[in-house]
Design a protein around this ligand. Structure first.
Ligand SMILES: [Zn+2]
Length: 146
């Protein structure tokens, strides 16, 4: 299993719809260029180098909803520990290559999740490429825009 859970879960689809509605364009269920090909991100923004993971509350042990299975407790403990370690390793290798790994819990409403993604994209995109105000020589930037 190269990826925990399956792709196109309802929370992933809801987030993608919301991002698309905002005019954002992205790659789906793919590997950020230059990183481990077996670690696929759910939504990838190549320009801003942001890789979004919609983490399932069960597999990724969300603090609000996770209840470890009672049967085969030791097997599950090892399983969850290995998933957590793999997530940390994925995040570290992305960061080392200049990517920002952004993880959202599947229980986060799509609009709130999209707000986080959009905020990160904004922060990682230079104003000149956003079409925003670019300060030039003699003309001061409008304070209302800064
Ligand atoms: Zn949760």
């Amino acid at each position: 299993m190269s990826r925990t859970g399956r792709r196109d879960t309802a929370p992933e689809l809801a987030l993608r719809r919301e991002l698309h509605r905002r005019g954002l364009r992205y790659l789906v269920d793919t590997t950020p260029p230059g990183t481990n090909r077996r670690r696929r991100a759910d939504v990838v923004f190549r320009g801003a180098r942001v890789a979004v993971f919609v983490d399932g509350c069960f597999w990724h042990a969300c603090p609000e909803h996770f209840h470890p299975p009672k049967a085969n407790a030791e097997w599950w403990r090892v399983k969850f520990a290995s998933i957590a370690a793999r997530d940390r390793d994925t995040d570290a290798s992305l960061a080392a290559l200049g990517w920002y790994p952004l993880r959202v819990w599947e229980h986060v409403p799509a609009v709130a999740a999209a707000d986080r993604v959009a905020g990160m994209l904004h922060a990682r995109t230079p104003a000149s490429r956003r079409g925003g105000p670019v300060t030039r020589g003699a003309r001061p930037a409008c304070p209302a825009l800064s």
